[in-house]
Design a protein around this ligand. Structure first.
Ligand code: NAI
Length: 337
């Protein structure tokens, strides 16, 4: 096999970006099909990307012999079922995070992945493919900061999307599940242990609408790992300067800081307002290289027969910790996993 024929599912905010990458920027990928429940998105796929086959039903798409793999960028609450159905139909599966919005669903996916050992399953923990975060992991593995014992990771979105996001809370799993799943995954990856207890606080400090759906616009959580090490994970939906997602790892011999100032580029502006940089404005601008590299890795893995390094168990752990954080926030107590 020297090319992978893919069908993309979901052509919304992120799906269109993935589709564009798969169509034009990932050698070895051939985007032959697209599925969406929104007719205009299928028209876009045909007109803008020249996708030959479009479907309003996922089941019809995976019944086709013309695709080897599905690339799921659908609404989070559909991921679990669509992963299982894709594998059962004999397709390799890439799925955006979260792997499932319930723990039971995640366990079902783990079973489906184990039952299909010849198929590839990769979860979209894009930050592991970000060149700077991947370099940080390499430095930790080389012992550059000694023994890592504290990860501080935050995901911060700009305020302009906040009102819009309130209506997504019921399907996204809430702020901890939706925004912090990457931070949880990174903390596990860097520390090399499982989170065993959490305490989360937060509130709707700027947008009361989040409180009305039992969610928050700003949160902070303390996490302790089985090996005694620590993580501080926070989220905000109310920044004005830009998308400010950064990570810091403290070890016994040094500290790694990744993206602490969310600069758009290396230009510094010195003018009558002072000295400043412009900032990246959304997750895609910050992680666009990672999105391309994760898609390339999925396609190369299928062509070369190399299994992905992110496992279904990683998806389950992120969802379990996301649930524990949500429970801790709602019940105002420490939650043990
Ligand atoms: P969106 O709401 O803009 O798009 C969702 C898409 O799914 C739409 O095209 C819709 O037609 C399609 N869809 C919904 N139900 C479907 C079904 N049953 N069958 C086929 N298509 C269906 O959402 P957005 O922001 O693009 O997010 C999509 C996924 O990507 C979410 O799971 C989200 O968590 C994830 N995501 C991941 C990010 C990352 O950093 N890795 C960043 C943003 C989103």
């Amino acid at each position: 096999m020297n090319e992978v024929r893919l069908g993309i599912v979901g052509l919304g905010r992120l799906g269109k970006r993935h589709a564009h990458n798969l169509r034009y920027r990932v050698p070895g990928a051939r985007l032959v099909a697209a599925c969406s429940v929104v007719p205009d998105e299928l028209t876009w796929a045909r007109d803008e990307l020249g996708v030959e086959n479009t479907y309003d039903s996922y089941d019809k798409m995976i019944a086709s012999d013309e695709i080897d793999a599905v690339f799921l960028v659908s609404t989070s609450s559909f991921h679990g079922e669509q992963i299982k159905a894709g594998l059962a139909a004999g397709k390799h599966v890439f799925s955006e995070k979260p792997m499932g919005v319930t723990i039971e669903e995640c366990h079902d996916v783990e079973g489906a992945v184990a039952a299909a050992p010849n198929l590839h399953f990769q979860l979209g923990f894009v930050r592991r493919f970000d060149p700077s975060l991947a370099y940080a992991k390499q430095k930790i593995d080389e012992g550059a900061i000694g023994e890592p014992f504290l990860v501080r990771a935050q995901t911060v979105d700009t305020d302009e999307f906040a009102e819009f996001q309130i209506k997504f809370v019921p399907n996204s799993g809430g702020i901890f599940m939706d925004m912090n799943s990457h931070d949880i995954d990174l903390a596990r990856w860097f520390i090399g242990s499982e989170i065993k207890s959490v305490y989360a606080i937060g509130g709707s400090y700027v947008h009361p609408g989040f409180a009305e759906v039992n969610d928050a616009d700003n949160t902070v959580a303390l996490c302790q790992f089985e090996n005694g090490k620590m993580a501080v994970i926070s989220a905000s939906r109310t920044a004005f300067h830009g998308h400010d997602t950064h990570t810091e790892i403290t070890g016994s011999k040094g500290i790694l800081k990744i993206g602490m100032t969310p600069s758009k580029n290396r230009v510094e502006i010195f003018d009558d307002k002072g000295a400043r940089v412009e900032c990246v404005q959304d997750f895609y601008e910050r992680f666009h290289e990672g999105f391309l590299l994760e898609a390339q890795s999925f396609v190369n893995g299928i062509i070369d027969g190399v299994k992905p390094s992110i496992f279904a168990t990683d998806g389950t752990r992120a969802t379990e910790v996301g649930f524990a954080l949500t429970q801790s926030f709602k019940e105002k107590r420490v939650v043990e996993l």
